[in-house]
Write a protein that binds this ligand. Structure first.
Ligand SMILES: Cc1ncc(COP(=O)(O)O)c(C=O)c1O
Length: 435
């Protein structure tokens, strides 16, 4: 088979960069053989690969691009910032402007520190909790797939090479919507748990009272609560999922969604915790997110412009509306093909996923890969159906047509019991499993 230019360059990239990309979730092993190998450019919800093929894209930039690629208001703001220089020997006024814009939205937080990714912000939150409580353990939600690339979290996964055994002893797990499982961890480790970290919601909604009860339990046990709003922040609600559900954590982490794809994240929290990273008192000794690039001005102005759009335009409403249209279309197409129990929408419309089950009703990577492949053949790049503000009804309707065609092939695979002869190349595989 003759390799396209995209495939050729991707093969070279794999030789030079471990994994062939800078986020495992973008890697070749995550996609069908027929997937575009490299993306050359994007505009709104559309992308073009290196070989000139156009796709409607979902889950843009691993959900970091909430408004759409090259969104004019953000591009203009960044262009202006570039002309002024991007990093100085002292702070820039954009650091204040961004902090004010952010804290005006996130009610429960008094202070914020910006950095470049969600992982380092989550790790900083854990460190602050350890300092504030004088304890070592962190309790992580078992159903939530990712909090940080740092050892305290990765030790709970199957990709744990290179992590000292001693680290494992400091991470324990509890279950979402199950306060009893957290209570059991407090009982098993009395006076030892510094922090409890979870996404306020993911695919499952919080049961009534769950988040408030969790916060009350943690405080009664002397532990701090960290909400990881890397995904939910600004996607669930302009005031974060904490604003939507009306529950205030001690600290929260924002990332994807802050700056429409520019590298910007935030650790936000109550002053009594955040101050440990300050320099006003001699005992304020936490080395908190002090990085060369943490306050690079183009990312800060991208964040300011993005938050301004969230504040003044119905972004979240749009995400819910077009996501719901797509979920309905998928549900109806699945029913038409007799696949309702196998391919169905999952999660909030603003953060839509889909199941891909095999004839036995089990989640299946081969069937998932086949579905992705058939979407790609029909001009849709959809590892999820997570929408952005630039998806219009027409994009959604074209996607539903693609889904309908893809499900026709899926139904054939179901009838024969496997994807043999239908899937080109090997099935994709998960980035990692959780213990
Ligand atoms: C919930 C959650 N927290 C943290 C992270 C880490 O963010 P980053 O990739 O910016 O380090 C991710 C990334 O996927 C995430 O989904």
């Amino acid at each position: 088979m003759e390799l396209t230019r995209g495939k050729q360059l991707a093969a070279r990239l794999r030789q030079l960069v471990p994994g062939g990309c800078h986020t495992y979730a973008k890697g070749d092993d995550q996609y069908p053989e027929l997937a575009p190998a490299l993306i050359a450019r994007g505009k709104g919800c559309h992308v073009w690969d290196l070989d000139g093929n156009q796709f409607i894209e979902y889950g843009l930039g691993l959900r970091a691009v909430t408004l759409g690629h090259a969104y004019p208001r953000v591009v203009e703001a960044v262009r202006g910032a570039l002309e002024l220089g991007t990093n100085f020997t002292r702070p820039a006024p954009e650091e204040l402007a961004c902090a004010e814009a952010f804290l005006a939205l996130i009610d429960g937080a008094d202070m914020v520190k910006f950095t470049k990714d969600g992982s380092s912000a989550s790790s900083a939150a854990v460190k602050l909790a350890r300092r504030a409580t004088g304890r070592d353990l962190v309790a992580i939600c078992a159903e939530h797939p990712f909090f940080s690339y740092d050892d305290w979290f990765i030790c709970s996964t199957t990709s744990d090479g290179g992590i000292p055994r001693a680290i494992y002893e400091h991470t324990v797990q509890f279950h979402y919507n199950d306060v009893g499982s957290l209570r059991a961890q407090f009982a098993a480790h009395p006076g030892k748990i510094a922090a409890v970290i979870l996404e306020p919601a993911r695919l499952e909604e919080p049961a009534p009272g769950f988040l408030a009860e969790l916060v009350a339990l943690c405080h009664a046990e002397g532990a701090l609560v960290i909400f990881d709003e890397t995904i939910t922040g600004f996607r669930w609600h302009v005031r974060g999922a904490q604003g939507l559900y009306g529950v205030v954590p001690d600290m929260s982490v924002f990332g994807k969604g802050m700056a429409n794809g520019f590298s910007q994240s935030a650790l936000a929290g109550k002053r009594e915790v955040m101050h440990w990273g300050g320099r006003d008192r001699l005992d304020e000794d936490v080395f908190l997110l002090s990085t060369t690039h943490g306050a690079e001005t183009p990312a800060l102005v991208a964040a300011i412009a993005t938050m301004e759009v969230y504040r003044t335009e119905p972004v979240v409403e749009h995400l819910h509306r077009v996501g719901a249209r797509l979920a309905d279309g998928l549900r109806q197409a699945s029913a038409r093909h007799g696949l309702s129990a196998y391919v169905e929408p999952i999660g909030r419309p603003c953060n839509l996923f889909f199941s891909t089950r095999d004839p036995q009703g089990k989640p299946s990577q081969p069937f998932r890969t086949l579905f992705l492949q058939e979407l790609i053949r029909r001009g849709v790049l959809g590892p999820s159906f997570v929408v952005c503000y630039s998806h219009q009804d027409d994009d959604i309707d074209r996607t539903i047509d693609a889904v309908d065609g893809a499900l026709g092939v899926y139904a054939r695979a179901m009838a024969q019991g496997n994807v043999d002869g239908l899937l080109v190349g090997p099935p994709s595989r998960p980035v990692f499993g959780r213990r």
